[in-house]
Structures are given as C-alpha cells and as structure tokens.
Design a protein around this ligand. Structure first.
Ligand SMILES: [Zn+2]
Length: 430
C-alpha cells in the first residue's frame, strides 16, 4: 500500500476543514448559534447540546462529559470506526480529490463490493421487468410500478446458477460477489446463487449505496423461509442497518421524528402515502444500535409494529431502548388485523390511529412488565425514564429497592423522587 503524498493529504484536510459543517451535518443535526453550530453529542448520552462544530476554527469539540474533539478526519474515524487513511480516502472521494497511485486495500475492497452489488441490483431489476418465472404476478398484487421503480425492486430467478452465469459473462469477480453475500460455494466447491425465486429488495447504507438484499419467496409452499437477508458482510450488519434510512434523512431532519416499521413493503406503502420519514428494521428486532443511529437525526421514535403478541413484546423492548438513548417513543396501534401496508394502501390517515406515549403503553401492558424489567437494574443512568416508571409501576420501585446504591444511578434532582417512591412501596431493604 502506498502512502498518501503530504501535499495531497494537506489538500484533503483543507477540503474537510472548509466543509466541516456540511460533513458533520450528515451525521448529527447541527443547529446554528451565534458563534458555531451545536448538537447533542453523538459520542455520549446527553439532553442538552454540548457538541459544537466551529467553522471559524474548523474543528469540533464536545464540552460535555466525553470531551472529545478534533478535525473532520478525527470525527469520521470516531463515528464510522475507521482508520485515518480510510477517513482521508473518504474525504478525498467526497471532495473529488484524486490520490495518485494510492490503494489502501480496504477501500478498494469496499468499492469492489459496492460495484458488484449495484450491477447485480440492475440484473435483478431487469429480471423482474422481463417477468422471469412469472414474478410480476406476485409483485403486481403487492406493489405499484412506481414503488418497483423507486425502490429498485427486482427478482432473483430460480435455477441456482443464473446469477453466477451472469457475473461470469460480465467478468465480475466471483470472489467479490461471494464476499458480498450474493453467491456461495456448495459442498462440491461450485458457486451457487444465494437468492433463488425471490423478489429482491435492495438494502442501502445511509449514503444510498446498495450493501445487501432482502429476498421474499414467491413460492406458495409454507416450508420455505418467507424472507431471507444477505449474510453479514464487511458492508452489512443487520443490527446496525435500517432499510430506507438514506431516503428518510432529509424528512427526519425536517419533521424531528421518525416512524419505525417492521416490513419493507410497509415502508414502501408509507412512501406512496407521502410519508418519507420512515425506516424499517431488516428482518431483525429493533436494536440499541438502530436507536443510536436514528438519534443522530431525530429525538422521537414513532413505533409502528404489528398488533400481535410478538409485536407487543418487541414494542416494550424498543421503548426501553429509546429510553436508554434518551429519546421519546410513541406507539401507533393499527386496527385489528392491519399493518402499515394494508392501512396506507387503503388510504388510511395516521391521525386516525390510536397513539400513546411509550410509557403509557408500558403501563397498559403491565402484566408482562416484570420480565422486561429484570434488566432495568443493570442499566446506566436513566433518570427520567426510571423516575417515571418507578412512580407508575410498583415492580420497578421494588427492583430499584433491591439494587440499592441509587446515588450512582440518579442525578440529585431525581434521587429524592425515587427514594420517596420506593419508601411508598415498602422502603429500601437494609
Ligand atoms: Zn460528548
């Protein structure tokens, strides 16, 4: 690997310095003040903004408890978890700066995979347009042509080797396609398609690059998995990826809130209904990483999960995750037997849904709460959420009483409320 020449390095860093506000603004919602731009720090939990980006000094700094700071490259390294050379390379690409003869390996591999994934998306999309294996019949009942175009929906043909043959014909490296999770070796060591006979949903990163796919079977046979995702790859981690994030960022910043749904088609249907500040989990539970990711843009989560038992359990967990990230959570309840897809397909209006705050929802489902609360005494400082819950749910007060050492958990303003509540529920055990 060659080094980046000093003069180019200076050019890249100067570009980053000049554009510090717009680059950092892609990650955190910066608000302009008299001297600088401020936001809640993405590197520690806080309610009042102490993170500042200063276009005059061309640096950022957190005046809160983490005290981090530095230039734009340092910010990218920290927030994306990348090395200094990779941060420089990303800045160079953003700024259109060419680094002569430079090749970090890491970034080349990333670009190679992104390239193959983009080509394969077009291949899948064309397969659908050509109505391979009659895929259009299924797609036609679930989504409009506009949705198919807008989200680049495709179809992975049946056969087992159709994509492998295409990659071969296009001279796209099979090893790269394998690393990107598109093909895999069978027991005999021959490459086979990962996805077969499935409607394909491209999953993008926040910049809009395709990093993975979700495939839904069109076969009526019950035994096959309904949805499968790309395996985890260097580009794709399910627990840290949200479907639709790239398209939702602007609307999220504008509205200050985001809808979280479970399904790809739920999200697409909401787009058709004009709601763009929406993301979907990729066939996994809503995680703390998801919450932390969304916190860069919004402070309120509107959770729209299915109204069944599994959905209710997921809601409880998600509300607690939101509390941990010091975000507000609301719950939207759909009419019996409906989900966001069916609701918005029938021109439903969000205003007609039953909504309640996350805490009210937790209270209502109090019977199942104790199990969920088992984890609470292990949590970090969650003053507001704890105070509220301790006051409204006796089980929480009892758990806190057992834990003791409340001074570690709560700030001085909250501690008296907690102690009072616990005493009310039978007191601290000495
Ligand atoms: Zn901080």
């Amino acid at each position: 690997m060659k080094m980046i020449p000093d003069n180019i390095k200076r050019e890249i860093l100067a570009y980053g310095a000049e554009n510090i506000v717009s680059i950092i603004g892609e990650y955190v919602p910066l608000r302009k003040t008299a001297r600088a731009y401020v936001a809640c720090c993405p590197f520690h939990a806080e309610k009042t903004p102490s993170f500042t980006a200063d276009p005059g000094r061309k640096t950022w700094h957190c005046f809160g408890s983490c005290g981090e700071g530095g230039d734009v490259a340092k910010f990218l390294m920290k927030i994306d978890g990348i090395s200094f050379p990779v941060a420089l390379e990303r800045l160079a690409i953003r700024g259109g700066i060419t680094i002569p003869n430079y090749d970090s390996g890491e970034e080349r591999e990333r670009r190679g995979m992104l390239n193959v994934l983009a080509k394969v998306q077009r291949f899948y999309h064309n397969s659908l347009l050509k109505n391979q294996n009659g895929a259009k019949a299924y797609v036609g009942t679930r989504m409009t042509d506009t949705m198919v175009r807008q989200f680049g929906i495709g179809f992975a043909p049946v056969g087992g080797k159709v994509l492998v043959d295409y990659l071969d014909k296009e001279r796209l490296p099979l090893s790269v396609a394998e690393k990107a999770g598109l093909i895999r070796k069978d027991a005999a060591g021959n490459y086979r398609d990962t996805f077969r006979g499935r409607v394909m949903f491209p999953i993008k990163d926040k910049a809009g690059y395709i990093i993975a796919f979700a495939g839904r079977t069109i076969s009526a046979t019950k035994s096959r998995c309904k949805y499968i995702n790309s395996p985890e790859t260097p580009l794709f981690r399910k627990s840290a990826t949200l479907f639709g994030l790239d398209g939702a960022i602007e609307a999220m910043k504008l509205k200050g809130e985001v809808y979280v749904v479970e399904g790809y088609i739920d999200l697409m249907q909401m787009w058709s209904a004009g709601i763009n500040n929406v993301v979907a989990t990729c066939g996994t539970a809503f995680t703390r990483e998801h919450a932390a990711l969304l916190k860069r843009y919004v402070r309120r989560l509107n959770l729209m999960f299915d109204g069944d038992d599994a959905g209710r359990k997921a809601l409880q967990k998600s509300i607690l995750l939101a509390v941990k990230e010091e975000m507000k959570a609301s719950v939207f309840i759909f009419p019996e037997g409906q989900d966001p897809d069916s609701f918005y397909r029938n021109a439903g209006k969000t205003e007609t849904l039953i909504t309640m705050s996350g805490f009210d929802f937790l209270k209502q489902s109090g019977v199942e709460m104790n199990a969920t609360m088992q984890n609470l005494h292990r949590l970090e400082r969650l003053e507001t959420g704890f105070a509220y819950m301790a006051k409204t749910i006796p089980g929480v007060a009892r758990l806190l009483a057992k834990r003791g050492n409340l001074g570690e958990l709560f700030c001085p303003e909250i501690l008296p409320i907690i102690e009072e509540t616990i005493n009310h529920h039978g007191g601290l055990r000495k």
